[in-house]
Design a protein around this ligand. Structure first.
Ligand SMILES: Nc1ncnc2c1ncn2[C@@H]1O[C@H](COP(=O)(O)OP(=O)(O)OP(=O)(O)O)[C@@H](O)[C@H]1O
Length: 971
């Protein structure tokens, strides 16, 4: 056998094993001997039986195998005991270990099946009892049942009732025989008694071959349940299995058995069922593929488990050695040969009692509940510990991060506080924006006394360094300036605040700025030096919101927007303007207009997160610039010596020249200048009416000629900044500075825009015939364009190109509006159009390459500008409710083709403005609408260009300057 079972205590798990097949030869019976039948079969060893008929021809011998090998062959002289011991016991006794078992006897009629199985059944049961007796620690329950299949009917052999029993299919137990009597064995005698009953009940009949021929298939079933006595009364497992002792009816040939009538009918059923059994065995021997016809007979249905299922099976094929039965013997051997190829898969059958099952389920339930409540507890101890350790590390890391964040926050707050202190030294300098206080921004006004004392040097411009202890009067232009600053902030939604370097000689107020002290220290220069070259940072109220961060950026950080040095021409006479008492002591910058609050608040939200960062960067940038002061001394336009040189050689001289000799005509013509009344004139240019241009610069040729420029008073772009009580005149030699830059050390790549602009302008300048300023008397460039009929065309071309670029770059609508309304065709605006065009091209180039650029310290991309533009339109739509009357709104809706009942009509309107570049009327309408919404135009006020800086009254000139200088600074 494949598996021995020496110890009954062990539960033997047997995987797949083959059916144990043995062949038993019986001796010739008396009848066979009487007719001189010979025995042709001989067991040559324990496993092989051979056919030894010497009378067969060679051809006959070749038709059949002569030797058959099985697990065991038993000679005719072997006892049933030996057959049992060696051919059935191992399988039969498996039942005590919880495995199903079956022992078959297969063979032709009268071959000795009943003879063999009777003995094997008794021996097996005897051994089972012996096993039980040897294992008192276990409790066994033996149940006995017996049935026969007679003429394809199942009968209970333990019942006198011959009513056929039904077969039921149970999904777990397989085929069960309904109402089959099952007797619990009491003792050995009980076994003998029941076996006797079965023998008595079984259908037997006399045939010519067997006086006591079994006419049915008999199945004696012994079911054994066992459990350990140790666990008796507690939850315990029960091993349950059954062993079948099957005595098949013998195949027979009617001709041989001479059966007729009932015997013939029985023989037919017997043969049919045996044929099905043979088919099942044959199919199983070839594998389990395909259909196995278990259900073709009750025999195979009942024995399905034993045939290739959960059972150990042993088949003992009995055969007569007589020559007369050779054919039947060969059939038996053929069946045996197939059977030995069939495999079964026996398992230990463990039954759980209801009590045990309940106990088991309760334990499982408790375990699952425990997992739900505390999943970690289900981990193994090492994993649990590792998990805890990991969590601890994470907690430590997070705590460390929190500490760092708190530290950074404190530092940022401290910096904010410092900056605020630096920006405003008293409460009066603070303005309230929303819930935050911001410092007022002021023009650094040079007291007259100081101006008089320092009449030889450059003068400070509107350095919006916070007020000092000196205290500065506030300008009346604060409102306007605030608007402009707002525009500057939001230029291209990137807050491209301008940066202007201003030569200053009397920047004493800056002493109050601690950082300037640091600058002084680190620059290894004297305070005088610093006073000469002070980087005037155009700070505004939004400085605390990051708008001024770019002002403190190093040139490397500005990413394409290099600082422009503005040398302030301190010409007291020219600059000194009659003060308007009403405009005195007004802050240069006022809180944002109420109309702007909403928009500003939204922007502030976005900017809040940049506040501390920008302030920190500001401080670092200042320090960085201080360090760079010396480094730049021989490198770029930021260096002090360079600026000094420029100041002394050019700007200063220019200033002196102008102040002493011939101040630019426009100075004189300005209505607030000393000589404005005498020189001012009205000029009509491109349909725009203006009294004077506040900007003038010499011919390009003069400007770009360094040698000449140093000695020429016309080679500077002059910007006059006026305040009510102090007038500033700035000489912004843009081109010269650009050239200065170009000639200096390599600039960052992003600053090439400046070079390019200078290069582009330079040839034009050279082509432009030099004009005698004195001859012209006014702005040379104006003269130049005034004499050229191409300027209006050129202006429109520039304007159209700028419009397209605005759209492409998602430029702020407010910026567009202001720019559009400000620059309407005056030739003096050419430089600004050129600058704007360059800026836009630069941006578009960046965007087209998917790159980001830094504008005023913020990263600006096409996506972010798109978002900002959408946001701006939303803000404008909100402003419509505040800035427009219902009648105005309805009128606009009708004008812009929006239904009065349309949902989100204000938003629709906001999305229509500034979208059609081809229609100048649309652009104009858009500009006026935006201007009105953001407060350029007061409700009920007719728009006119005087409001947008073209009327250079003291009040408006500041805003004009601010806007224009922002453009210049971006060079
Ligand atoms: N090995 C044996 N040694 C001695 N006598 C045997 C042996 N086998 C069978 N016999 C005898 O042969 C006769 C027929 O045996 P048995 O009834 O067991 O055959 P069977 O295969 O069961 O026949 P059937 O299929 O017709 O029931 C019996 O009288 C029996 O005593």
């Amino acid at each position: 056998m494949g598996t021995t079972m020496e110890s009954g205590e062990e539960l033997i798990k047997i995987s797949e094993e083959r059916i144990y097949v043995s062949v038993r030869l019986r001796p010739l019976n008396s009848k066979e001997i009487l007719r001189n039948d010979v025995s042709d079969w001989e067991c040559i060893n324990d496993k092989t039986v051979v056919y030894k008929n010497a009378t067969l021809s060679v051809s006959e011998r070749s038709m059949y195998p002569s030797a058959y090998t099985f697990d065991r062959v038993f000679r005719s002289g072997c006892s049933t005991r030996e057959v049992y011991e060696k051919g059935a016991k191992d399988v039969a006794i498996s039942v005590v270990s919880g495995m199903n078992a079956s022992v078959f006897a297969y063979g032709q009629t009268s071959s000795g099946k009943t003879y063999t199985m009777t003995g094997i059944t008794e021996y097996a049961i005897a051994d089972i009892y012996e096993y039980i007796q040897k294992h008192p620690e276990r409790e066994f329950v033996l149940k006995f049942s017996a049935m026969e299949i007679y003429n394809e009917s199942v009968r209970d052999l333990l019942s006198v009732d011959s009513t056929p029993l039904r077969l039921l299919d149970d999904p777990e137990r397989g085929t069960i025989v309904e109402k089959l009597t099952e007797e619990t064995l009491r003792d050995w005698d009980h076994v003998i008694q029941l076996l006797s009953v079965c023998e008595a009940q079984r259908q037997n009949g006399e045939t010519s071959l067997n006086e006591m021929s079994s006419r049915s298939h008999q199945i004696i079933r012994l079911t054994i349940e066992s459990s350990s006595r140790e666990f008796l009364g507690r939850d315990r497992s029960i091993l349950a299995a059954a062993v079948n002792f099957v005595d098949l009816a013998g195949s027979e040939r009617a001709s041989q058995s001479l059966s007729a009538g009932t015997r013939l009918k029985e023989g037919c059923h017997i043969n049919r069922s045996l044929l099905t059994l043979g088919t099942v065995i044959r199919k199983l021997s070839k594998g389990r593929n395909g259909h196995i016809p278990y259900r073709d007979s009750k025999l195979t249905r009942i024995l399905q488990t034993s045939l290739g299922g959960n059972a150990r099976t042993a088949i003992i094929c009995t055969m007569s050695p007589a020559r007369t039965h050779v054919e039947q013997s060969r059939n038996t051997l053929l069946f045996a040969s197939c059977a030995k190829e069939v495999t079964t898969n026996a398992q230990v059958n463990v039954l759980m009692s209801d009590k045990a099952l309940v106990k088991h389920l309760q334990r499982e339930l408790a375990r699952l509940e425990s997992e739900i409540i505390s999943p970690q507890l289900t981990f193994t101890q090492p994993n649990y510990t590792a998990l805890l350790r990991e969590k601890d590390l994470q907690i430590e890391k997070l705590e460390e991060e929190i500490k760092n964040l708190i530290l950074q926050r404190d530092i940022a707050q401290s910096q904010v506080k410092d900056m605020l202190q630096m920006l405003g030294d008293d409460a009066s300098t603070m303005i309230r924006v929303g819930s935050e206080d911001y410092p007022h921004l002021r023009v650094q006004k040079s007291p007259d006394t100081q101006i008089q004392e320092h009449d030889t040097s450059h003068h400070s411009l509107d350095i919006d360094i916070p007020t000092s202890s000196n205290g500065h009067s506030r300008t009346s232009s604060e409102d306007h300036y605030a608007r402009v600053q707002y525009l500057d902030e939001n230029f291209v939604h990137g807050n491209s605040s301008p940066r202007i370097l201003i030569n200053s000689s009397n920047f004493s107020e800056s002493d109050s700025f601690n950082n300037w002290e640091d600058i002084e220290k680190q620059s290894n220069g004297t305070s005088e030096d610093l006073c000469k070259e002070v980087r005037c940072i155009e700070t505004e109220e939004s400085s605390s919101k990051g708008a001024n961060e770019s002002n403190y950026l190093s040139s490397e950080e500005r990413n394409g927007y290099p600082e422009i040095k503005v040398s302030v021409n301190e010409n007291e006479q020219a600059m000194k303007l009659p003060s308007s008492p009403s405009e005195k002591d007004q802050e240069f910058v006022s809180p944002p207009l109420k109309n702007d609050y909403e928009m500003k608040e939204d922007i502030e939200k976005e900017d809040q997160e940049l506040i501390s960062t920008s302030l920190k960067e500001d401080r670092e940038s200042i320090l960085h610039l201080c360090k760079k002061e010396n480094e730049f001394s021989s490198m770029n336009f930021l260096d002090i010596s360079s600026l000094e040189k420029l100041s002394s050689n050019r700007s200063l001289k220019l200033a002196k020249s102008r102040s002493c000799n011939s101040a630019p005509q426009w100075f004189k013509t300005m209505d607030y200048s000393e000589n404005n009344s005498s020189i001012g004139s009205e000029r009509e240019l491109v349909g725009s009416e203006r009294k004077i241009s506040p900007f003038s610069f010499g011919s390009n040729e003069q400007i770009l000629s360094r040698k000449d420029s140093h000695s020429s008073p016309e080679n500077a772009l002059d910007i006059e900044i006026d305040t009510p009580n102090v007038k500033f005149s700035t000489s912004v030699d843009v081109i010269s500075i650009a050239n200065e830059v170009k000639e200096k050390a390599e600039l960052p790549t992003d600053q090439d825009i400046v070079k390019n602009l200078a290069k582009d302008i330079e040839p034009n300048a050279k082509e432009t015939p030099k004009k005698n300023v004195k001859d012209v008397g006014l702005d040379p460039i104006e003269d130049e364009y005034r004499g050229l009929s191409s300027w209006p065309v050129e202006f429109k071309r520039l304007q159209r190109e700028i419009l397209e670029l605005w759209n492409a770059c998602n430029v702020s609508l407010v910026h567009r509006t202001y720019f559009f309304l400000l620059f309407q065709g005056d030739p003096s605006d050419a430089i600004y159009l050129e600058v704007e065009l360059r800026r836009m091209k630069y941006l578009k180039d960046k965007f087209s390459r998917g790159e980001k650029t830094i504008v005023n310290g913020r990263q600006l991309s096409l996506a972010s500008s798109t978002k900002a533009l959408r946001h701006e339109r939303q803000m404008l739509s909100k402003q419509m409710m505040k800035k427009l009357s219902e009648q105005e709104r309805e009128s606009l809706f009708l004008k812009w083709g929006i239904g009065l009942n349309t949902k989100l009509r204000r938003l629709q309107l906001a999305h229509q403005v500034w979208i059609n570049n081809e229609d100048i009327n649309h652009i104009t309408d858009s500009a006026f609408l935006v201007a009105k919404l953001v407060g350029f135009i007061e409700p009920g006020q007719a728009p006119n260009k005087e409001m947008f800086g073209l009327n250079f009254t003291p009040r408006s000139s500041t805003s004009t300057y601010s806007f224009k200088r922002s453009l210049i600074s971006l060079l």
